[in-house]
Design a protein around this ligand. Sequence first.
Ligand SMILES: N[C@@H](CCC(=O)N[C@@H](CS)C(=O)NCC(=O)O)C(=O)O
Length: 218
Amino acid sequence: MTIDFYHMIGSPPCSFVEMTFAALGLESKVKHHFVDFLANEQFTPEYLKMNPQHTAPTIVDDGFILWESRAICKYLVDKYSKGNALYPVDVQARAVVDQRLDFDLDTLYGRFTEYYFTHFFEGKPLEESGVKKIQEALGFLDTFLANTKYAAGSGLTLADLTLLVTVSVIEAANVSVKEYPNIVRWYDLVKSTAPKLAAINDKYLKDFIDFFDGLAKK
Ligand SMILES: N[C@@H](CCC(=O)N[C@@H](CS)C(=O)NCC(=O)O)C(=O)O
C-alpha cells in the first residue's frame, strides 16, 4: 500500500500533512513526488487531471485523490488511526478541533497569506494594515489558549499541528508573537510534546525562509 504525496518546497500546508504522516506512523507508506511550482509543474495536464485546483499538498491513496491539507489530515486519521486523539471521535471534541482548523484556514493563515503571498506573488506592498489583521487573529488565538492547554483541549490534536505551522511562518515573516503569552507557552509546549513533528516543520520552515529570502533579493 502506497500513499502518493505531491508536495512543494517549503509549503506550509505540505508541512502539516508531512507531520501528520509521521504522527500516525505512516512514513514508510508514503511515496514523495516533488512538484516544482517555479517550473509550473502543477499545471501539467497530468497534474490538472488529478487536481484541477493545481495545489499541493495532494495525495493519492490507492486511487483515492484528495487535496486541501486539513481535509487530508482528517482523512488520514479516520482511515489509518480511527479513534486517535489527534482527531477525536467524540462529536463535541471533534467540533472544537474543526473550529480551530477552520479558524486557521480562514483567519490566521488566511490573513497571513493575504499579507505575505500577495506581496511576493502579486507585487502588492507589505501593508501595516495586513500586520494589524494578523495581530488581531493572534489575539484571538491567545484568548483561545487562555482556556485550554493545547489548541483544542487538554491534548495534542491536528489543530496544534496546523497552528504550529502557521505561527512559525508568521514569525519567519517578522511578525512577532512574543506579545502573546498564551501563544508563547503553547508554542513551547507543542514543540516539547512532539519534537519529531516540530523537526519536520523546522525543515519545511527553513526551505520557506530560504525561498522567500531568494525572492526578496531578486
Ligand atoms: N488551502 C490549501 C492551500 C494549498 C496551496 O495553496 N498550496 C500552494 C503551495 S503552499 C500551491 O499549491 N501553490 C501553487 C498553485 O496554487 O498553483 C491547503 O491547505 O492545502
